[in-house]
Unconditional design. Structure first.
Length: 277
């Protein structure tokens, strides 16, 4: 009797397992029809910062239904990791995150890049335009608060001879695009590796305020004018920062000391002339 009861119990248990397995398989089949088969997608194992170098320890492979793949996601048409996927994962090492990537977020090709001819300064220069660097300091460089992508006016201060009162300030260019500040370029990897003793130290250029030059996009004629003005000294050009949405050109005349001081400047000039006699 006990043997019959045990046999019956085992049969019922086996039948229950079979039914559960059949039910699970039917659910899986229905999910595959609805969402597609699962593939391996590359995800971030932890938060990845902008401009951070990506290595294998920051990535993981997770099975995801095809319907839930993001456009341009890095994925493999497989259910399990093998030598081929491991090799491809290793190939991603050394790439750079263009934007911040959150933990669990799918890695897509438009979120990563690597140093190439498509990064750096030259691809950003519009055809027919030129890039030219000018020296700046805390005063002439708007307290060094300018950044790539900003727009500025250029004010030149020229000594035309005859003393300080005969210097002229002239806005020589308006609404000029800033391509880079120092070595910080918008589509480049904003970092520099320095040697600190025997160790390599990675320094972010996004927060660097030690730059001493700003590179601007101008036409060839403006480039010649700037080269001539800079021959008058390092502080011959001052940047005037403007709102990026403000593209108006304002008609401006040159400014001299007499324009600032008015009658007082004329009296001073006459007094100096009388003293010379």
């Amino acid at each position: 009797m006990n043997n019959k009861a045990l046999t019956l119990s085992l049969f019922i248990a086996g039948f229950a397992v079979f039914m559960v397995d059949s039910y699970v398989r039917s659910i899986e089949d229905e999910a595959k029809k609805k969402f597609g088969t699962e593939v391996l997608v590359v995800k971030a194992k932890r938060d990845i910062l902008e401009n951070e170098t990506i290595n294998e320890t920051l990535l993981e492979l997770t099975p995801v239904p095809k319907k839930f793949l993001e456009p341009a996601s890095v994925h493999f048409e497989k259910k399990e990791q093998d030598k081929e996927t491991a090799k491809s994962m290793k190939a991603l090492s050394g790439s750079i995150a263009i934007v911040p990537i959150k933990k669990g977020e799918q890695i897509t090709f438009n979120k990563i890049t690597e140093p190439s001819i498509r990064t750096g300064l030259s691809p950003q220069i519009a055809p027919g335009r030129r890039a030219i660097a000018i020296p700046v300091n805390d005063i002439s460089g708007v307290s060094k608060l300018v950044k790539p992508g900003d727009r500025v006016d250029l004010i030149a201060v020229l000594d035309v001879g005859g003393g300080r009162e005969n210097k002229i300030a002239k806005t020589i260019s308006q609404d000029v695009v800033v391509l880079s500040v120092g070595r910080n370029v918008t589509n480049n990897i904003a970092r520099v590796i320095e040697i600190d003793g025997k160790k390599e130290k990675v320094k972010s250029l996004n927060e660097d305020s030690t730059f001493t030059s700003v590179t601007l996009e101008v036409d060839p004629q403006q480039a010649q004018i700037l080269a001539l003005v800079m021959a008058n000294g390092e502080n011959a050009i001052t940047l005037s920062l403007r709102n990026n949405d403000d593209t108006d050109r304002v008609p401006l005349s040159s400014t001299m000391a007499v324009d600032v001081l008015g009658v007082d400047a004329s009296r001073t000039q006459r007094g100096v002339a009388s003293g010379r006699r």
